[in-house]
Design a protein around this ligand. Structure first.
Ligand SMILES: [Zn+2]
Ligand SMILES: [Zn+2]
Length: 372
């Protein structure tokens, strides 16, 4: 049984997203039909719009969806109709990374998330009778309904029944990435200094997680003073404007060097400066979307002699459901107050929501498609 849905089609940088009537395919045995209640807007959606990532256009994007399960395929056990779920990235389940519970580094990430089709090549959505690129991060949740998979659906625990789905939606991408980078990838130790470069959703999540981990001091660096003020409310002990000799001020504050430098900017010069601030055994963690032509340069003696690490990080090394449940518990306990970052917009105002995010006015815009 096919399903009619309304979905926001992205045709590229020069056209606004357009909400159109589309049709979702029959469910495969390992798929779920989710009525989308809300979906966060993330930098990655806009990188695809701007053709910085190899996702074919036109496409239905959206990868921070939350909703209610309407139907499930014959092999699905992760959730049942009526369950509240959050959708995250998809993975293959059988490659060496998936076998090591590191699905963010799935060897088959592209066909499962970015090809515009299902991993087997079949379309999951049609528009005007022709296949439409969808299955983005295994969901394409800028829509009233989405087809998701056994491996990228996380059932919302009963303990979180009181948290609205519009708040839970963004937890499966940027928030997971920033918090996971601190708690899982870099495994930040209590008492060591940490600096976060770029105070967007990912950076703010890292700051909240650094407070959970007990890092000290926790330094936020950004060019936007309003965001720096919010970073201090969320856990940063110090906030430096990048234009105000942030590097010099960090050296002054932490003369022995940083235990951890976390870059969310992807800017070559920022990463190299962050590297130069590291203490012995220090780690620079990188999650920013970089220019594909960029190469990093660092001193070999300092690298080897100091036992320093340059760490590429995807999705905060999330293992999927277990880590998202951990973040929801932190949120319920008041340790991960990421609702401060969110502003909601009706689905129809998707282009206004994107503009609010890109201008920096809103840290995390979340679209609301319907009621729970
Ligand atoms: Zn994202
Ligand atoms: Zn895999």
């Amino acid at each position: 049984m096919t399903t009619q849905a309304r979905a926001a089609i992205c045709r590229g940088h020069d056209e606004p997203f357009a909400i159109e009537e589309v049709e979702l395919a029959d469910l495969a045995p390992d798929e779920l039909l989710v009525r989308v209640v809300a979906c966060g807007i993330c930098h990655t959606d806009l990188a695809v719009r701007d053709e910085q990532l190899p996702v074919p256009l036109p496409a239905v994007l959206g990868h921070e969806g939350a909703g209610v399960v309407e139907a499930v395929g014959s092999e699905v056990t992760i959730a049942k109709p009526g369950d509240r779920v959050v959708m995250s990235f998809n993975s293959c389940g059988h490659c060496p990374s998936c076998a090591a519970e590191a699905p963010t580094y799935c060897y088959n990430f592209f066909p499962n998330n970015w090809s515009g089709r299902r991993a087997d090549g079949s379309p999951s959505m049609t528009f005007g009778g022709a296949p439409m690129n969808a299955n983005f991060f295994g969901q394409s949740a800028f829509a009233t309904h989405a087809i998701a998979h056994e491996r990228n659906v996380v059932r919302v625990p009963d303990s979180a029944a009181a948290i609205p789905l519009e708040r839970l939606a963004p937890i499966g991408c940027g928030l997971m990435t920033g918090a996971g980078a601190v708690l899982r990838s870099m495994k930040v130790r209590a008492g060591l200094p940490l600096a976060v470069f770029g105070a967007g959703t990912v950076g703010m999540a890292a700051i909240m997680a650094a407070r959970i981990a007990g890092a000290d001091p926790i330094i936020a660096v950004d060019v936007n003073d309003a965001r720096l003020a919010l970073a201090k409310e969320l856990g940063a002990t110090h906030a430096f404007n990048a234009g105000d000799d942030a590097v010099g001020r960090i050296r002054e504050l932490c003369p022995a060097g940083l235990g951890y430098a976390f870059d969310t900017t992807g800017i070559n010069a920022v990463i190299e400066q962050a590297w130069s601030l590291l203490a012995p055994k220090g780690i620079v963690g990188m999650v920013g979307a970089s220019n594909p032509a960029d190469n990093l340069t660092f001193n070999e003696a300092q690298f080897m002699g100091g036992g320093r690490t340059v760490m590429g990080i995807l999705g905060g090394d999330s293992d999927g459901g277990a880590f998202l449940h951990e973040l929801i518990e932190h949120h319920l306990a008041g340790r991960f107050p990421y609702e401060r970052l969110i502003q909601t917009f009706p689905f129809e105002r998707i282009n206004e929501a994107i503009e609010a995010g890109e201008s920096g006015r809103v840290v995390k815009p979340v679209l609301v498609m319907g009621t729970e």
